[in-house]
Design a protein around this ligand. Sequence first.
Ligand SMILES: Nc1ncnc2c1ncn2[C@@H]1O[C@H](COP(=O)(O)OP(=O)(O)O)[C@@H](O)[C@H]1O
Ligand SMILES: [Mg+2]
Length: 369
Amino acid sequence: MIPKDRISKHKEQRIEEKIAQFRVGKEMEAVQEIIEFDKTPSDLKADMDRFVIGQEHGKKIVCTAIAFHYRRLGQALKEGIVDSKGDIDIALRNTRTPKANIMIVGPTGCGKTYTSETASSLVGVSFVHEDMTKFSEVGYVGQNASDILVDLLLAAGGNPNVAQMGIVYFDEIDKIATETIAYKDVSGRGVQKGLLHMVDGSDNTVHIGKERIFLSTKHVLFIAGGTFENLENIVKKRMRRQDLKGKWRNFMTTDDLVEFGMERQLVGRFPVRVVYDQLTTQDLKDIMIKSEDSALLAFHNDLMAWGIDLEFTDEALTEVAKQAELEGTGARGLISVLHRVLLEDMYHLPGNYTGEFVVDNNYVKERLG
Ligand SMILES: Nc1ncnc2c1ncn2[C@@H]1O[C@H](COP(=O)(O)OP(=O)(O)O)[C@@H](O)[C@H]1O
Ligand SMILES: [Mg+2]
């Protein structure tokens, strides 16, 4: 670090100008990317399929909502920028688009967060992950709604206009249901109410040091995910009462979510609802074989860096998938099982061996046994 008094006034000004230029450049890039967004829902899903395996029904709905959100925003921005003669601030402020936030219900490790994160990188917008179990009402210890704005700003490299076009993911939204959290000193209802305006789209001022930064959430896409244990029973019970037949996921209503303990107003702001399935053994196997950034691929690349070419036989992959399924943590189980299988070799092989390293069925059983 150069002492501040060693930098001349002139230089300091130049640096500030450069940083400002860089920011504007980044902002133009981000805006341009949204304006030019032309992925159809099926394009987006095809891209998503390279990473997120299974969840065919859910991915279709999620990709449709996301593609429409960004296409709509892009088109509105295009007009807005013409009207404002190139002023992005004004264009963003004047752009009004309806927004359809998304709620994903599904077991742990089935790809809820992963879908959202992948979508943000495919669209090219910033992504924020908020763990709702850390939230409490304003005035209590813990995170509250305004922290989300700061996180969003950070994810966007400090650029408020880039932040305004990002995706915010609420993880474990079901943990702020009224009942679940009632044993704590704070009420889930309060936390849920605290999110209403933000999710809807509100104008905010974020105070960072001496700076006051305007940040609207009007264009931010919110995705909420949760396991919602027992929701299935709530829906099925109602289906029996009303003599409805079919898959429960097609019948889940706002009332069911309210019965679970969610605030009606909050649920209403997440109109696009999706239920993700438990991943099957075949899905888990496919993740290892097909997903472009699967845990297996990561291990493969790690070992390749030592000149070791890791190879699993088909039977060995089936065995790993079966073992992972027993863990009951969805695709997360793959990481821990693979780790257990490979740990010894990851310790001994580097430096002692190069070339092919084949793992077969017996080997997996031996290591896990
Ligand atoms: N459907 C899937 N396809 C490919 N990988 C998946 C899938 N589901 C989960 N994973 C892997 O497991 C990890 C944990 O999944 P995540 O999406 O965080 O689970 P959750 O549904 O609990 O949010 C992801 O980072 C990803 O590597
Ligand atoms: Mg998650």
